[in-house]
Write a protein that binds this ligand. Sequence first.
Ligand code: IPM
Ligand code: MN
Length: 355
Amino acid sequence: MSKQYNISVIPGDGTGPEVVEEGLKILNAVAEKSNFSLNFRHYNIGGDHYLKTGEILPDSVVESLAESDAIYIGAIGHPDVKPGILEKGLLLNLRALLDQYINLRPVKLYEGVDTPLKNKKPEDIDFVIVRENTEGLYAGAGGCLKRGTIDEVAVQESINTRKGVERCIRYAFEYCQKRNKEKKLTLCAKTNVLTYASDLWERTFYLVAKEYPDIETDYAHVDAICMWMVKNPEWFDVIVTDNMFGDIITDLAAMIQGGLGIAAGGNINPDGISMFEPIGGSAPKYTGKQVINPIAAILAAQMMFETLGEPQAASWIEQGVIKVLRDDLKDVAAGRMGYTTGEVGDLVKAYIEGL
Ligand code: IPM
Ligand code: MN
């Protein structure tokens, strides 16, 4: 019997279902050409489901997701739900429960895509950010005292464990080695101020580095990395950083590669179930309008195949995306592509079928 992958699909809120539909179109087209089959199971969780039932992430759903081979998610975020509820209750909870301790975000300027950086070309913008995905300020440690009074105190602590930091850094070294490009890994932290947390990161980084003598190491403070990413993005190959810094610098990075319409990410548990997503939000104002760019969701599908160990399938998807970005789309921004969301999916699909 041929190989079968069970993929959990969470279309989610806003424009999530529209872009997921295009992603599924591509996943199916690729499976047709491959020696494996895909079995999808849809989960109707997100803002609408929460408003109707009060349920965010039932245990039964988590158990069922944990039995699949990978998770494909559109977007979470609803205008009628207070910010933080779905983000924490669904997305961050899933990352933590499934121990997806890496957030992998490739930053690549494809030919035909405009970058806001003057004079920078595709060969200048091609790096990967490895963000720690379960600890730091996202661990939810802290509390408040006398809330709402003039004496109130709010504390939010960054949790950095030796184990959590080390496994993230080790993953980044391994990834950098496999990527086999500049073989350069940059640690992004703030050693001049975060003298406890960044100290642990720095010591662990140079300790693990000894096991990878072929990888060049570099360090940049997080504020400086924002500056260099704009001025000299060609300096970077792989960057490793903590959860909060990673959240911030990956939005900056998404902009220099052309915007959220084409930026994808993977929440990875190297020994478990990983979850792939376009990194843009649910864009409620565009819902149902067929104007949103599905390329980010399609590239998330590419990352999924890469992680499942199907490099040929991943490469077909990337070839399709490269072709459509270079030859077809007028712009990558929502509403300016020259095509509808569905038509962009069709273009990528037709190209892949002809490969
Ligand atoms: C991201 C998002 C999330 C994060 C939000 C929605 C909780 O910004 O995936 O980068 O902060 O990690
Ligand atoms: Mn973010």
